[in-house]
Design a protein around this ligand. Sequence first.
Ligand SMILES: [Fe+2]
Ligand SMILES: [Fe+2]
Length: 309
Amino acid sequence: MSQETPVSLLTPAGRQKLIEDEFLAGYMAYFRKAEDTRRWRVHKDIPWEQCNPEVSEDVTTMVEGYFAVESYLPDYTSTMLDMIRKSRGRAWFTANWGYEESKHAMAWETWLTTSGKRTEKQMREYSEFLAEKEWNLPYDTPRRMMVYQMVQERATYLNYHNLAARVEERENDPALATALRIISKDEIAHHGFFYKGIQIYMKYEPQGTLDDILHILKTFGMPARNFLYNWNEFEEVVARAGIYGAREHIRDVQNPILNALGYENRRDLERAALRLRIAPESIGPQTLPPWVKEPADRAANDVVVSVGE
Ligand SMILES: [Fe+2]
Ligand SMILES: [Fe+2]
C-alpha cells in the first residue's frame, strides 16, 4: 500500500492511514510556513498608541463580539483534542492553532481597554459571564468537524477582512486596522489548513465527504450566536455594515469554497453527492467520471452504466 495504490484498491484501514499521513505532512508544511512568514507579537507589532477613542459604537460592538467568540478557546481546543487526539497531524495542529487564536482574544481585549471603549473591570466581568457558558462540538465526527472548521475560519477571515477595510476608510484607528489585517491573515491560513484537509478526505472518502460538506453547508451557524449577551444587536450591526450576513456568507464563504472544490454552487454539489451515492463502493476520486457534475437530467440507469465504462 502506498500513495500510488489506486484508492479503489485500499482497505478502509489503508485509507485511514494515508489520510493521517497526509494530515501530518499538511501540518508540517503549515507550521513551517507559519514560523517563516506569519509570526507576530501582540505587544510589539500593533501600534496601540494609535488607538482612537472616537471609534464608532458599531465597530466597538463588533470588536467586543469578536473578543467573546475568541474567548472560548479553552472549549474549542479541549473538545477538539478529545475528538482527534489520535490524529497526530490534527492534534498538533490544534495545539498550534490554540496558540495563534489566544493572541486574537488578547488583541481585541487590548484594543477595547486601550481605546477607552471598555474598562478593565467591564472586561473582567464579561470574561466571567462568558466562562459560565460552555461550547460543545456542533458535529459528531472528525470529518464533519473539519468541514465545519473550514467554513467557520473562512467566515471569520471575512469578518476581519471586511471590518479592516471599513476601519481604514472611516475610523482613523491604525491600531485596530493593523490588528484586523494581521489577524485576518491568521484566519485565512487556518481556513487553508482545513481546506487542504478536506481535499485529502475527498481523495480517499469522496462519497462521505461530499455528504458531510452538504450537511454542514445546510446547517452551518457561527459559534457567536451561543455566547453573546447581545447576539441580536451584534448580528444586526455586522449585517447592516455589509461585514457579514447571509448574502456575504453565500457569496464570499460558501461559493468560493465550492468553486475551489470544483462545484459551481450548492445545487451542483448536491447533484454530485447524489450521484456518488449510487456509484459502486470502490469508486475513487481519481476515477470520478464527468457525469458527477453534469445536470441531473439523466435516468439513473444511464448513470450506473457509465460508471462501469
Ligand atoms: Fe481567531
Ligand atoms: Fe482561526
